[in-house]
Write a protein that binds this ligand. Structure first.
Ligand SMILES: Nc1ncnc2c1ncn2[C@@H]1O[C@H](COP(=O)(O)OP(=O)(O)OP(=O)(O)O)[C@@H](O)[C@H]1O
Length: 315
């Protein structure tokens, strides 16, 4: 049983290479502020040294840790969540996030501030909620799992970022325009909804889609509100898929409307809510989970209700 967030140790797991290296500077600032506020004895900073390291650091946290803070982007949050989910439910410290990534969708859902000092102050208010976690083929996701167009954009943006060192919304839009006008693809999929909300039809036929998103929270791709009504604590995954036939121009207009969650009235957009589902694709689509690549054609997906306690900000 972990100690309470007020009494236990606080461990910061920082990704120094997040946001093109800005994570290192943000981590020193956060560590200095946390040491000042809670004292040296109650605080420790761990820095990731390789991709995937955040998961083992979170899995192996000592029994005296009451709160683990992930400083980085959605990729680091995903690693820490996977580490925490490997522990027994009563041994999972509270999760907090200091957003220093390029997407920060989970931090956005938690309402965390983007300035390090404000985020530290918010964390030390110890305001928490319970949160569900998504699971796909045995791995966990905090916010988003998606297939097709938006995953292609997210993965292409990451590729462009690594090659050019650039970041931000413009890079995402450049990639979106390229994917929409030169690589817009339809994927054949079959969705078998097992634990649907009452009144929801299963969807067992093969169908075509530009994208399928399975969400714990409302956003993906850097604050696109793809499932605006998704809640962290309802025990359900919100599913959205977009069906053809759309011209590249109309698909772009729909994507831009999705930024504010205003795509929901389109005849091409469909929603379901379910606690579990099986998704099959005829051929492997581009896929992402919290911004990280996922591979395969057969996906067993479910919601782990009430899995974590998470710190929320003031927005
Ligand atoms: N020390 C490290 N060296 C190299 N890669 C790392 C290291 N620590 C973490 N990573 C990897 O860096 C990737 C990106 O991390 P993170 O999500 O924190 O930042 P980001 O890409 O800038 O933000 P976002 O995911 O929001 O786009 C993740 O795949 C993670 O596994």
């Amino acid at each position: 049983m972990v100690p309470s967030i007020e009494e236990g140790r606080i461990v910061l797991i920082a990704n120094p290479v997040s946001k093109s290296g800005r994570g290192a500077v943000a981590a020193s600032e956060a560590a200095r502020l946390l040491r000042e506020r809670v004292g040296d004895g109650r605080f420790e900073m761990l820095t990731t040294a390789w991709a995937g390291h955040g998961e083992s650091l979170a899995r192996e946290l000592g029994p005296d840790v009451g709160c683990v803070i992930a400083l980085g982007g959605d990729g680091l949050v995903n690693e820490v969540v996977n580490g925490l989910m490997a522990r027994a439910p009563q041994d999972r410290p509270v999760l907090a996030v200091i957003p220093v990534g390029s997407g920060n969708d989970y931090a956005e859902t938690l309402g965390m501030a983007y300035s390090v000092p404000t985020a530290v102050t918010e964390i030390l208010r110890f305001q928490t909620v319970r949160a569900d976690v998504g699971r796909v083929n045995g791995r966990y996701f905090a916010e988003t799992l998606s297939f097709g167009l938006d995953a292609a954009i997210a993965l292409d943006t990451m590729d462009r970022r690594q090659k050019s060192g650039r970041a931000g919304t413009m890079l995402y839009l450049e990639s979106a325009v390229d994917q929409l006008f030169h690589h817009l693809q339809v994927f054949s999929f079959k969705m078998d909804v097992l634990g649907a909300e009452p009144g929801c039809a299963p969807h067992p036929e093969w169908d075509d889609a530009y994208l399928v998103a399975v969400q714990v929270g409302p956003t993906y791709g850097g604050h696109f509100r793809i499932t605006p009504k998704a809640r962290l604590d309802d025990g359900l995954l919100d599913i959205c898929w977009a069906t053809p036939e759309l011209s590249s121009m109309r698909a772009l207009a729909l994507l831009l409307r999705a930024r504010g969650g205003k795509h929901t009235g389109s005849d091409h957009i469909h929603f379901r809510r379910a606690s579990s589902l099986v998704l099959d694709f005829e051929e492997e689509p581009p896929a992402q989970m919290d911004g990280e690549p996922v591979h395969g054609t057969h996906f067993l997906i479910d919601c782990v209700p009430d899995a974590l306690t998470v710190v929320v900000g003031q927005r």
